[in-house]
Design a protein around this ligand. Structure first.
Ligand code: TYM
Length: 328
Protein backbone atom coordinates (compact mmCIF):
# COMPACT_ATOMS: atom_id res chain seq x y z
CA UNK A 1 0.00 0.00 0.00
CA UNK A 2 1.21 3.53 -0.74
CA UNK A 3 2.12 5.81 2.12
CA UNK A 4 0.44 9.09 3.06
CA UNK A 5 2.25 11.56 5.30
CA UNK A 6 1.28 14.85 6.87
CA UNK A 7 2.11 16.99 9.90
CA UNK A 8 0.87 20.04 11.80
CA UNK A 9 2.94 22.29 13.97
CA UNK A 10 1.89 23.12 17.53
CA UNK A 11 2.72 26.83 17.43
CA UNK A 12 -0.85 27.61 18.43
CA UNK A 13 -4.26 25.97 18.68
CA UNK A 14 -5.82 24.16 15.73
CA UNK A 15 -8.25 26.13 13.58
CA UNK A 16 -11.09 25.23 11.23
CA UNK A 17 -8.61 26.13 8.44
CA UNK A 18 -6.32 23.30 9.58
CA UNK A 19 -9.28 20.96 9.76
CA UNK A 20 -10.70 21.74 6.33
CA UNK A 21 -7.32 22.19 4.60
CA UNK A 22 -5.62 19.08 5.91
CA UNK A 23 -7.13 17.05 8.76
CA UNK A 24 -10.38 16.14 7.00
CA UNK A 25 -8.42 14.54 4.16
CA UNK A 26 -5.94 12.99 6.60
CA UNK A 27 -8.82 11.20 8.32
CA UNK A 28 -10.47 9.92 5.15
CA UNK A 29 -7.16 8.70 3.68
CA UNK A 30 -6.62 6.36 6.66
CA UNK A 31 -9.25 4.09 5.08
CA UNK A 32 -7.20 3.30 1.98
CA UNK A 33 -3.52 4.04 2.67
CA UNK A 34 -0.75 3.50 5.18
CA UNK A 35 -0.93 6.85 6.90
CA UNK A 36 1.71 8.47 9.06
CA UNK A 37 0.92 11.71 10.87
CA UNK A 38 3.05 13.93 13.05
CA UNK A 39 2.71 16.72 15.56
CA UNK A 40 5.65 18.73 14.21
CA UNK A 41 7.02 20.16 17.45
CA UNK A 42 10.54 20.61 16.01
CA UNK A 43 9.03 23.01 13.48
CA UNK A 44 7.39 25.10 16.16
CA UNK A 45 10.62 26.39 17.73
CA UNK A 46 11.45 28.41 14.63
CA UNK A 47 9.29 31.04 16.34
CA UNK A 48 9.80 32.04 19.95
CA UNK A 49 7.44 29.96 22.11
CA UNK A 50 7.50 29.50 25.93
CA UNK A 51 8.18 25.88 27.03
CA UNK A 52 4.93 25.54 28.97
CA UNK A 53 2.92 26.73 25.98
CA UNK A 54 4.68 24.34 23.62
CA UNK A 55 4.03 21.40 25.97
CA UNK A 56 0.37 22.36 26.33
CA UNK A 57 -0.16 22.92 22.61
CA UNK A 58 1.52 19.63 21.75
CA UNK A 59 -0.68 17.58 24.09
CA UNK A 60 -3.79 19.49 23.01
CA UNK A 61 -3.03 18.96 19.34
CA UNK A 62 -2.22 15.26 19.73
CA UNK A 63 -5.49 14.66 21.66
CA UNK A 64 -7.54 16.76 19.29
CA UNK A 65 -6.26 14.91 16.23
CA UNK A 66 -7.39 11.64 17.81
CA UNK A 67 -10.76 13.19 18.69
CA UNK A 68 -11.17 14.38 15.08
CA UNK A 69 -10.78 10.83 13.79
CA UNK A 70 -7.03 10.39 13.27
CA UNK A 71 -7.38 6.92 14.74
CA UNK A 72 -4.09 5.52 16.11
CA UNK A 73 -5.42 2.02 15.44
CA UNK A 74 -5.56 2.80 11.72
CA UNK A 75 -2.45 4.96 11.30
CA UNK A 76 0.82 5.96 12.94
CA UNK A 77 0.55 9.16 14.97
CA UNK A 78 3.60 10.49 16.81
CA UNK A 79 5.59 13.49 18.02
CA UNK A 80 8.36 14.63 15.70
CA UNK A 81 10.87 15.33 18.49
CA UNK A 82 10.54 11.72 19.69
CA UNK A 83 11.94 10.37 16.40
CA UNK A 84 15.50 11.69 16.07
CA UNK A 85 15.85 10.66 12.40
CA UNK A 86 13.95 13.81 11.38
CA UNK A 87 16.72 16.08 12.65
CA UNK A 88 19.41 13.85 11.22
CA UNK A 89 17.98 13.61 7.71
CA UNK A 90 17.23 17.30 7.81
CA UNK A 91 20.92 18.14 8.30
CA UNK A 92 21.85 15.87 5.41
CA UNK A 93 19.23 17.38 3.09
CA UNK A 94 20.42 20.90 3.97
CA UNK A 95 23.50 19.99 1.99
CA UNK A 96 21.39 19.12 -1.06
CA UNK A 97 19.32 22.31 -0.96
CA UNK A 98 20.46 25.52 -2.57
CA UNK A 99 20.46 28.74 -0.57
CA UNK A 100 18.54 30.45 -3.37
CA UNK A 101 15.82 27.78 -3.27
CA UNK A 102 15.21 28.26 0.44
CA UNK A 103 15.35 32.04 0.11
CA UNK A 104 12.52 32.01 -2.43
CA UNK A 105 10.03 30.42 -0.01
CA UNK A 106 7.17 32.88 0.52
CA UNK A 107 6.49 31.68 4.07
CA UNK A 108 10.10 32.44 4.99
CA UNK A 109 9.73 35.91 3.53
CA UNK A 110 6.39 36.54 5.29
CA UNK A 111 7.54 35.19 8.63
CA UNK A 112 10.81 37.10 8.61
CA UNK A 113 8.93 40.30 7.77
CA UNK A 114 6.57 39.65 10.70
CA UNK A 115 9.34 38.94 13.25
CA UNK A 116 12.46 40.82 12.11
CA UNK A 117 14.00 40.36 15.58
CA UNK A 118 14.11 36.57 15.22
CA UNK A 119 15.05 35.55 11.69
CA UNK A 120 16.86 32.42 12.84
CA UNK A 121 18.58 29.84 10.65
CA UNK A 122 15.93 27.29 11.66
CA UNK A 123 13.24 29.46 10.09
CA UNK A 124 15.26 29.52 6.89
CA UNK A 125 15.89 25.74 6.90
CA UNK A 126 12.30 24.93 7.93
CA UNK A 127 11.22 23.60 4.51
CA UNK A 128 14.19 21.24 4.49
CA UNK A 129 13.03 19.71 7.79
CA UNK A 130 9.60 19.40 6.22
CA UNK A 131 11.17 17.59 3.24
CA UNK A 132 12.97 15.26 5.65
CA UNK A 133 9.65 14.48 7.39
CA UNK A 134 8.00 13.46 4.16
CA UNK A 135 10.94 11.67 2.53
CA UNK A 136 11.82 9.56 5.60
CA UNK A 137 8.58 7.64 5.16
CA UNK A 138 8.70 7.33 1.36
CA UNK A 139 5.35 9.08 1.24
CA UNK A 140 3.58 9.22 -2.10
CA UNK A 141 0.77 11.54 -1.00
CA UNK A 142 0.77 14.52 1.32
CA UNK A 143 -2.64 16.00 2.32
CA UNK A 144 -2.07 19.72 2.93
CA UNK A 145 -3.61 23.15 2.40
CA UNK A 146 -2.54 25.45 -0.44
CA UNK A 147 -0.10 27.41 1.73
CA UNK A 148 2.18 24.36 1.97
CA UNK A 149 2.31 23.69 -1.78
CA UNK A 150 5.56 25.56 -2.35
CA UNK A 151 7.24 23.61 0.47
CA UNK A 152 6.00 20.34 -0.98
CA UNK A 153 7.44 21.26 -4.37
CA UNK A 154 10.80 21.98 -2.75
CA UNK A 155 10.67 18.54 -1.10
CA UNK A 156 10.22 17.01 -4.56
CA UNK A 157 13.12 19.02 -5.95
CA UNK A 158 15.41 17.87 -3.14
CA UNK A 159 14.29 14.25 -3.55
CA UNK A 160 14.85 14.34 -7.30
CA UNK A 161 18.27 15.88 -6.88
CA UNK A 162 19.33 13.18 -4.41
CA UNK A 163 17.91 10.39 -6.57
CA UNK A 164 19.75 11.71 -9.63
CA UNK A 165 23.02 12.19 -7.81
CA UNK A 166 23.06 8.68 -6.28
CA UNK A 167 20.32 6.26 -7.35
CA UNK A 168 16.56 6.11 -6.72
CA UNK A 169 16.26 6.53 -2.96
CA UNK A 170 13.18 8.62 -2.24
CA UNK A 171 9.61 8.34 -3.50
CA UNK A 172 8.58 11.65 -5.11
CA UNK A 173 5.69 13.05 -3.05
CA UNK A 174 2.52 14.66 -4.42
CA UNK A 175 0.26 17.07 -2.58
CA UNK A 176 -3.41 16.25 -1.99
CA UNK A 177 -5.57 19.36 -1.66
CA UNK A 178 -9.23 19.45 -0.69
CA UNK A 179 -11.67 20.41 -3.46
CA UNK A 180 -13.26 22.89 -1.11
CA UNK A 181 -11.36 24.54 1.75
CA UNK A 182 -7.72 24.45 0.56
CA UNK A 183 -7.40 28.06 1.73
CA UNK A 184 -9.77 29.24 4.44
CA UNK A 185 -9.37 32.96 5.02
CA UNK A 186 -9.69 35.11 8.14
CA UNK A 187 -13.26 36.09 9.06
CA UNK A 188 -12.06 39.66 9.52
CA UNK A 189 -9.77 39.88 6.49
CA UNK A 190 -10.96 37.55 3.74
CA UNK A 191 -7.86 38.28 1.67
CA UNK A 192 -5.55 36.73 4.31
CA UNK A 193 -5.17 33.08 5.36
CA UNK A 194 -6.86 32.12 8.63
CA UNK A 195 -3.87 31.34 10.85
CA UNK A 196 -3.25 29.81 14.28
CA UNK A 197 -1.23 32.80 15.42
CA UNK A 198 -3.04 35.72 13.77
CA UNK A 199 -2.82 38.93 15.77
CA UNK A 200 -6.58 39.26 15.95
CA UNK A 201 -8.05 35.96 17.19
CA UNK A 202 -11.57 37.20 16.34
CA UNK A 203 -10.91 36.36 12.69
CA UNK A 204 -9.92 32.76 13.50
CA UNK A 205 -12.23 29.98 14.62
CA UNK A 206 -10.36 27.53 16.82
CA UNK A 207 -11.49 23.93 17.08
CA UNK A 208 -11.66 24.34 20.86
CA UNK A 209 -13.76 27.54 20.80
CA UNK A 210 -17.05 27.23 22.70
CA UNK A 211 -20.40 27.78 21.03
CA UNK A 212 -20.80 31.42 22.14
CA UNK A 213 -17.38 32.30 20.80
CA UNK A 214 -18.02 30.55 17.49
CA UNK A 215 -21.35 32.33 17.07
CA UNK A 216 -19.84 35.71 17.96
CA UNK A 217 -17.01 35.29 15.46
CA UNK A 218 -19.34 34.31 12.62
CA UNK A 219 -21.80 37.10 13.43
CA UNK A 220 -18.98 39.62 13.19
CA UNK A 221 -17.50 38.12 10.03
CA UNK A 222 -16.76 40.68 7.35
CA UNK A 223 -19.10 40.38 4.38
CA UNK A 224 -19.17 42.18 1.06
CA UNK A 225 -21.41 44.80 -0.42
CA UNK A 226 -24.61 43.52 -1.99
CA UNK A 227 -26.83 40.79 -0.60
CA UNK A 228 -26.38 37.74 -2.82
CA UNK A 229 -25.05 34.55 -1.21
CA UNK A 230 -22.82 33.28 -4.03
CA UNK A 231 -19.16 32.40 -4.53
CA UNK A 232 -17.61 35.12 -6.67
CA UNK A 233 -14.21 36.76 -6.92
CA UNK A 234 -15.50 40.16 -5.88
CA UNK A 235 -17.15 38.58 -2.80
CA UNK A 236 -14.24 37.09 -0.83
CA UNK A 237 -16.00 37.33 2.55
CA UNK A 238 -19.23 35.58 1.56
CA UNK A 239 -17.30 33.10 -0.62
CA UNK A 240 -15.21 32.10 2.40
CA UNK A 241 -18.33 31.58 4.53
CA UNK A 242 -19.98 29.50 1.80
CA UNK A 243 -16.83 27.40 1.55
CA UNK A 244 -16.83 26.80 5.31
CA UNK A 245 -20.51 25.90 5.36
CA UNK A 246 -20.17 23.65 2.32
CA UNK A 247 -17.27 21.71 3.86
CA UNK A 248 -18.85 21.27 7.30
CA UNK A 249 -22.32 20.45 5.97
CA UNK A 250 -20.90 18.16 3.24
CA UNK A 251 -22.87 19.99 0.55
CA UNK A 252 -21.60 21.28 -2.78
CA UNK A 253 -21.11 25.01 -3.34
CA UNK A 254 -24.08 25.16 -5.72
CA UNK A 255 -26.31 23.31 -3.24
CA UNK A 256 -25.40 25.89 -0.60
CA UNK A 257 -26.02 28.78 -3.02
CA UNK A 258 -29.49 27.54 -3.84
CA UNK A 259 -30.30 26.67 -0.22
CA UNK A 260 -29.65 30.31 0.75
CA UNK A 261 -30.81 32.03 -2.44
CA UNK A 262 -33.61 33.86 -0.63
CA UNK A 263 -31.75 34.37 2.62
CA UNK A 264 -29.84 37.42 3.90
CA UNK A 265 -26.27 37.76 5.17
CA UNK A 266 -27.24 37.88 8.86
CA UNK A 267 -29.25 34.66 8.84
CA UNK A 268 -26.69 32.90 6.62
CA UNK A 269 -23.96 33.78 9.11
CA UNK A 270 -26.05 32.29 11.91
CA UNK A 271 -26.53 29.09 9.92
CA UNK A 272 -22.78 28.79 9.31
CA UNK A 273 -22.08 29.40 13.00
CA UNK A 274 -24.64 26.78 14.11
CA UNK A 275 -23.27 24.16 11.74
CA UNK A 276 -19.67 24.68 12.79
CA UNK A 277 -20.54 24.87 16.51
CA UNK A 278 -22.52 21.65 16.46
CA UNK A 279 -19.64 19.81 14.74
CA UNK A 280 -17.17 21.23 17.28
CA UNK A 281 -19.36 20.34 20.23
CA UNK A 282 -19.17 16.61 19.46
CA UNK A 283 -15.42 16.74 18.83
CA UNK A 284 -14.77 18.69 22.04
CA UNK A 285 -16.56 16.11 24.19
CA UNK A 286 -14.36 13.35 22.81
CA UNK A 287 -11.30 15.60 23.07
CA UNK A 288 -11.88 16.26 26.79
CA UNK A 289 -12.01 12.55 27.54
CA UNK A 290 -8.77 11.81 25.65
CA UNK A 291 -6.88 14.87 26.91
CA UNK A 292 -7.59 13.93 30.55
CA UNK A 293 -6.19 10.41 30.14
CA UNK A 294 -2.45 10.98 30.56
CA UNK A 295 -1.53 7.28 30.63
CA UNK A 296 -3.43 6.58 27.42
CA UNK A 297 -1.79 9.55 25.67
CA UNK A 298 1.66 8.55 26.78
CA UNK A 299 1.12 4.96 25.54
CA UNK A 300 -0.11 6.23 22.19
CA UNK A 301 2.92 8.50 21.80
CA UNK A 302 5.33 5.73 22.69
CA UNK A 303 3.90 3.22 20.26
CA UNK A 304 3.58 5.86 17.54
CA UNK A 305 7.22 6.90 17.94
CA UNK A 306 8.41 3.28 17.93
CA UNK A 307 6.51 2.44 14.78
CA UNK A 308 7.70 5.61 13.01
CA UNK A 309 11.31 5.09 14.09
CA UNK A 310 11.45 1.63 12.55
CA UNK A 311 10.47 3.03 9.13
CA UNK A 312 12.56 6.18 9.42
CA UNK A 313 15.64 4.16 10.41
CA UNK A 314 15.48 2.16 7.18
CA UNK A 315 15.40 5.23 4.95
CA UNK A 316 18.08 7.04 6.91
CA UNK A 317 20.44 4.04 6.82
CA UNK A 318 20.02 3.80 3.07
CA UNK A 319 20.72 7.51 2.64
CA UNK A 320 23.85 7.38 4.81
CA UNK A 321 25.22 4.40 2.94
CA UNK A 322 24.70 6.06 -0.43
CA UNK A 323 26.43 9.23 0.66
CA UNK A 324 29.51 7.30 1.80
CA UNK A 325 29.15 7.35 5.59
CA UNK A 326 30.60 4.29 7.27
CA UNK A 327 28.02 2.28 9.22
CA UNK A 328 28.58 0.74 12.64
P1 TYM B 1 0.56 24.21 9.74
O1 TYM B 1 0.72 23.66 11.09
O2 TYM B 1 0.71 25.68 9.56
O3 TYM B 1 -0.84 23.82 9.17
C1 TYM B 1 -1.29 22.47 9.21
C2 TYM B 1 -2.09 22.14 7.96
O4 TYM B 1 -3.21 23.01 7.86
C3 TYM B 1 -3.24 23.65 6.59
N1 TYM B 1 -3.77 25.01 6.78
C4 TYM B 1 -4.81 25.50 6.09
N2 TYM B 1 -5.58 24.98 5.13
C5 TYM B 1 -6.59 25.74 4.65
N3 TYM B 1 -6.84 27.00 5.09
C6 TYM B 1 -6.09 27.57 6.05
N4 TYM B 1 -6.35 28.79 6.48
C7 TYM B 1 -5.02 26.81 6.60
N5 TYM B 1 -4.08 27.06 7.56
C8 TYM B 1 -3.33 25.94 7.64
C9 TYM B 1 -1.77 23.68 6.15
O5 TYM B 1 -1.67 23.80 4.75
C10 TYM B 1 -1.27 22.36 6.67
O6 TYM B 1 -1.57 21.32 5.78
N6 TYM B 1 4.94 23.11 7.66
C11 TYM B 1 3.63 22.58 7.99
C12 TYM B 1 3.69 21.41 8.92
C13 TYM B 1 4.53 20.30 8.42
C14 TYM B 1 4.22 19.40 7.36
C15 TYM B 1 5.33 18.53 7.27
C16 TYM B 1 3.11 19.26 6.52
C17 TYM B 1 5.75 19.97 8.90
N7 TYM B 1 6.22 18.89 8.21
C18 TYM B 1 5.34 17.49 6.31
C19 TYM B 1 3.14 18.24 5.57
C20 TYM B 1 4.24 17.38 5.48
C21 TYM B 1 2.84 23.68 8.67
O7 TYM B 1 3.38 24.62 9.18
O8 TYM B 1 1.52 23.46 8.71
Amino acid sequence: METVYSALKPTGKLTIGNYLGAIKNMVSLTKSYDCIYTVADLHSITVSIPAAELRENTLDMFSLLVALGVDPEKCILFLQSQVHMHSELSWILNCYTQFGEARRMTQFKDKSAKAPENINVGLFAYPVLMAADILLYQAKYVPIGKDQQQHLELARTIAERFNNRYSPTFVLPEGIYPKVGAKITSLLDPTAKMGKTDENAEGTVFLLDDKDTVMRKFKRAVTDSGSEIVVREDKPGISNLITIYSAFADKSISEVESEFSSSNYASFKLAVGETVASFLDKVQQEYKRIRADKAYLSDLMKSGANAASAIAYKTLSKVKRKIGFIGI
